[in-house]
Ligand binder design. Sequence first.
Ligand SMILES: Nc1ncnc2c1ncn2[C@@H]1O[C@H](COP(=O)(O)OP(=O)(O)OP(=O)(O)O)[C@@H](O)[C@H]1O
Ligand SMILES: [Mg+2]
Length: 288
Amino acid sequence: MSNTHDRHMTRPGTSPARPSATAPRAVETLPIPAEAASDTAAPRLPTVVVSSWKGGVWKTCISASVAERLAFAGLDILYLVTDDQLDARRRLGISESDPDVARVQRGAGSITVVGLAGAHAVDVLYRSGPGRFGKFDAIIVDTPPVKKGGCLPGVLLIAPTDGDDASANLIRMLRATPSNTDVVLVRIDAVPRKEWERDATTIHDASNHAGGSYLPGPLPRTAEVREALNRGQSVWTLPRRGPTREFLQGLESLAGVAWARTRGDSTLPPLVANAASAVHIRGWDDDA
Ligand SMILES: Nc1ncnc2c1ncn2[C@@H]1O[C@H](COP(=O)(O)OP(=O)(O)OP(=O)(O)O)[C@@H](O)[C@H]1O
Ligand SMILES: [Mg+2]
């Protein structure tokens, strides 16, 4: 059967030309497999991703604070910012004039902040590794509010929610989360613990993600934390009392889960006493 192209080549009244001995022959087409999407890949280094398909649910606050806590425990962390928001740098006390790849010390460890999106981030996480930025013990990824934030395989996914309609988006994100990713649900803002336990179970069941866990105590909102974040001060230097202590306890537990992924089952080294806030006077300080 002739196709359109052949018809053009055939003059009316002549029979189709036979291939001559000198006519070029097509090279046999050999198929190559397409890039396979891998839902079972493992990142090159232990990786923590903080993601929720909702804006303003403290993703950057949680990811930066967990990165700091692991650095205080002596780890060198690569902190990947996968959107163009620069607030993560500000949170970590990095100014606009600092280099694009900026490093801050926290205790014996460090945090190197790098902005990379899409395939460039995947290169560092799963393909070439982070070598060109230095040597690291773990990677922490801060994400913008997008559904694909929950799609990275083989990671520890910390997924914050503020309840309400956010849960529906969170569930849709978690349905797309690969089964080899471990999920920890976090409730921000104080709600009764029982209520959150119920919500966490509902979110978990509706997301069809096997396993998973939740942070039992919701992370409370505190003015002290908000102000520290706004001025680029580490939340770990705040006086550990009242709701700020509860907030830090929640982050400590998340850092503990992250630590276990980098250091097997050893325990997160305790936070050293904070010189500026170590003295606590009962009665007086509790009024704050
Ligand atoms: N524990 C807290 N108490 C009070 N305010 C907080 C607390 N944690 C974070 N915030 C404030 O909430 C706001 C949103 O936090 P953050 O930027 O971390 O959210 P996000 O989920 O990263 O937002 P986006 O979706 O824009 O990336 C910030 O102004 C931050 O300072
Ligand atoms: Mg953010």
